[in-house]
Design a protein around this ligand. Structure first.
Ligand code: S3P
Length: 448
């Protein structure tokens, strides 16, 4: 059979209080980076807690195609025997990254300074996303690329034979652009410098450092300048992947809006470049505490304890956008239950995620009786003070976070909320349905 997989329509109904302990899977960003850095190190890296979502499994397969020995030993337990920086072999076939923008962009960076040619593709969502933001800076290293119009996938990258070192000022607040440049810089001689105006997630920098690369961030008048010395010998290491704060966001927010809920979510990564949602929720009045704060594999981690709370809308400071970029869909659901308006500005990047998330949320919320106002780079949700009508169907547009957000909405709205397709949830949070129903959420597959 040709074409996309059959859709999985789902429905969420008003649920009893959520109770219990929710163990969400490993962090997607850290999981992609563990596999790629493991493949670029000399020797064996051991990874535990790897997210086994479709996005990350595609990256594992890609690393094997570039010559690394990637083995699954058990649930979340993996090893990668790397080939060293510059040691990538040429893949025999097209690299299919599925739905994963992070996967394809970081891998393009990692191969761009090796003398190999690779062709990349993905699903309909990924094939529609901009890649020129990556191939542009990679061209400065000497890599060539040939894609469809607008630089979209499928796209072939011809890695540079004699890579140059690069200084690049990123025009977008994007950790994917930053990381693609840094991964390329690993096999370029001399110093690669990446400057970003806003600090985005710094997992690549932390992890490269722990593999032995010389990398540091300096604050300059132009922004945060990451300096990386090229061609280090990366030393393999053991990595424990923290649990994903962007996945934890769904049970956290569902518990806040379902009256009487009280849940614990252990071992969540709380890197300050990722934790903006939790600050925002507290400012809205959320009863959300961090317990047992500790460090694992160079990342701060804590257990989250959340109880349902009456919430008030706020204006989210635009300088917080990068630290909660993936959390705006679920925040706009929470905002529908708050009293007053929640104003989200400076969120233009949401238009080029797995879907146009401003449009996807606005249309889905309207279909469920919530009033919104939107502009090119903002969304305002007019809160319903604890009572959201529901009763509508949201289109998920191959976007996992849109799907999970509307299912959370349905667990607290007056009438059931449906989604046309929950298939994309498996890209980042394959156990979402079971985890949520174990807590008490009423989520079902509509055709089952
Ligand atoms: C990611 C960076 C973010 C984020 C994505 C994961 C990463 O994208 O939306 O889900 O792991 O680097 P941008 O860097 O494009 O903002």
């Amino acid at each position: 059979m040709f074409g996309p997989a059959a859709p999985i329509p789902m429905t969420a109904r008003k649920s009893p209080p959520l109770k219990g302990v929710a163990r969400v899977p490993g962090d997607k960003s850290v999981s992609h980076r563990s596999l790629i850095l493991g493949a670029l190190a000399v020797g064996e890296t051991r990874i535990s807690g790897l997210l086994e979502g479709r996005d990350v499994l595609n990256t594992a397969e890609a690393m094997a195609a570039f010559g690394a020995d990637v083995v699954q030993h058990g649930d979340g337990e993996w090893s990668v025997h790397g080939v060293g920086t510059g040691g990538f072999a040429e893949p025999e076939d097209v690299i299919n990254c599925g739905n994963a923008g992070t996967g394809v962009r970081l891998i393009m960076g990692a191969m761009a300074t090796s003398p190999v040619v690779a062709t990349f593709t993905g699903d309909a969502s990924l094939r529609s996303r901009p890649m020129a933001r990556i191939t542009g800076p990679l061209a400065l290293f000497g890599a060539q690329s040939f894609g469809r119009s607008g630089g979209r996938l499928p796209l072939t990258v011809v890695g540079a034979d004699n890579p140059l070192s690069v200084r690049y000022v990123s025009p977008h607040a994007s950790a994917q652009i930053k990381s693609a440049v840094l991964f390329a810089g690993l096999n370029a001689p001399g110093e690669t410098i990446l400057v970003e105006e806003t600090k985005t997630r710094d997992h690549s920098e932390r992890m490269m450092k722990s593999f032995g690369a010389r990398i540091e961030t300096r604050e300059t008048p132009e922004g945060f300048a990451v300096h990386l010395q090229g061609q280090p010998e990366l030393k393999p290491r053991n990595i424990t992947v923290p649990r994903d704060p962007s996945s934890a966001a769904f049970p956290v927010c569902a518990a806040l809006i379902i009256e009487g809920s009280d849940i614990i979510i252990p071992g969540i990564g709380l890197n300050p470049t990722r934790a903006g949602l939790f600050i925002t929720l507290r400012e809205m009045g959320a009863d959300l505490t961090c317990e047992n704060e500790r460090e694992e594999s160079g990342e701060p981690v804590a257990d989250l304890h959340v109880r349902s709370s009456g919430l008030t809308g706020i204006e989210v400071p635009p300088d917080r956008v990068a630290s909660m970029i993936d959390e705006y869909p679920i925040l706009s659901v929470v905002a529908s239950f708050a009293s007053g308006k929640t104003i989200m500005r400076g969120i233009r990047e949401l238009r080029v995620k797995e879907s146009d998330r401003i449009d996807a949320m606005a249309r889905g919320l309207e279909a469920n009786g919530v009033r919104v106002t939107e502009g090119e780079d903002y969304l305002i949700v007019h809160g319903h003070d604890g009572r959201v009508p529901g009763g509508g169907t949201a289109k998920t547009r191959l976007d996992h976070r849109i799907a999970m957000s509307f299912l959370c909405l349905g667990c607290a709205a007056d009438k059931p909320v449906s989604i046309d397709d929950g298939g994309a949830i498996a890209t980042s949070f394959p156990i979402f349905e079971r985890l949520m129903t174990d807590l008490g959420a009423q989520i079902t597959r509509t055709n089952a």
